[in-house]
Design a protein around this ligand. Structure first.
Ligand code: PSU
Ligand code: MN
Length: 308
């Protein structure tokens, strides 16, 4: 694509690598920055972000880790930007926070929702993350439904993930995805992955074993002007999957603690993940790391099929 035609360009700084990749139509994989700026300690968060980028390059792709630094949208955070986010943190910036972050010259770490919106603006077609946001337990009363879902409804990209984050209600999340018209693909699986575990036991719409078929699906989606993302669900590698019972009990405990403390809104997801970290003695972070790495690899392979 011709990036000089992007009307949001005045707000965006492209890294040289990403600018070149867009012009030369190389396979690009977008990455979010909330996972760098919240929850993990420095330098682990930075090491993981840099390793995820290295995995994309290993597969012949170009990583674009997205974030906002002092009001400038970075299509490809530099290593120094990534270190800044990892060291000092940055506010979690969903789609509704983008304009304020830019106008007030603040830093913003992109969620799935804002990464999707920004990636769509510049024509990136593949995005890799760990788990998506969705409907929280009790969401039918609290209305706590992540903006990730509405953004998935309006960004025709492939999103490679390991299902909704484990702290969410997978059944209701699937229902909302269905309402929004977002196709849910199981990559080499018949069921929706449970993030820390390989399966929620809930059926996906479509099982696809070959990434060339996912690429064909995206081509059809775009040609037919369907606006939704294709959610490509890749279960955590078997060796790193967590024990179902341990996951279940720690989530119950985390939910009870959040309720007792009245945690809600954008703080809820990071809070729940923090409690689960304590209760599983950090096992969840090893699993989280490995599933992200695997999603990044799959996303880079998929991007290669799409740009072929
Ligand atoms: N990982 C974390 N903390 C987070 C998230 C991921 O350690 O907050 C993010 C992801 O970026 C995801 C977002 O898009 O949580 C969803 O948050 P919410 O439920 O507030 O929409
Ligand atoms: Mn929420």
């Amino acid at each position: 694509m011709n990036i000089s035609k992007v009307n949001v360009q005045a707000y965006i700084d492209f890294s040289p690598e990403v600018a070149h990749a867009l012009q030369a139509k190389l396979p690009i994989v977008a990455l979010e920055s909330t996972i760098i700026a919240t929850n993990l300690n420095h330098p682990t968060n930075v090491e993981r972000a840099l390793h995820a980028q290295a995995l994309v390059r290993e597969q012949g792709g170009v990583p674009a880790t997205i974030g906002v630094v002092e009001g400038r949208i970075k299509m490809g955070l530099s290593d120094a930007d990534i270190d800044r986010f990892g060291r000092f943190g940055a506010p979690k910036m969903s789609t509704r926070d983008i304009a304020a972050t830019v106008a007030l010259r603040k830093d913003g770490a992109t969620t799935v929702a804002s990464t999707l919106w920004l990636a769509k603006q510049v024509g990136i077609q593949v995005f890799a993350t760990g788990g998506i946001g969705g409907v929280h337990y009790g969401g039918e009363r609290s209305m706590d439904v992540s903006a990730d879902l509405s953004e998935l409804a309006s960004a025709p990209l492939c999103v490679v993930c390991s299902g909704p984050k484990a702290v969410l209600d997978p059944q209701r999340t699937l229902e909302v995805l269905e309402t929004l018209g977002v196709p849910v693909v199981g990559y080499r699986t018949d069921t929706l992955p449970g993030f820390y575990t390989r399966s929620t036991g809930l059926d996906v719409d479509q099982r696809i074993d070959d990434l060339a078929d996912v690429a064909a699906m995206l081509k059809a989606q775009r040609a037919l002007k369907l606006s939704q993302a294709i959610l490509v669900c890749n279960p955590v590698p078997q060796a790193y999957a967590m024990d179902q019972t341990l996951v279940h009990t720690s989530i119950q405990e985390a939910l009870a603690q959040a309720e007792a403390k009245g945690i809600q809104g954008k703080d809820l997801t990071p809070y729940l993940l923090g409690v689960i970290h304590e209760l599983t003695q950090g096992q969840n972070r090893v699993t989280n790391r490995e599933l992200i790495y695997d999603n990044v690899r799959v996303a880079a392979q998929l991007a290669a099929h799409i740009s072929a």
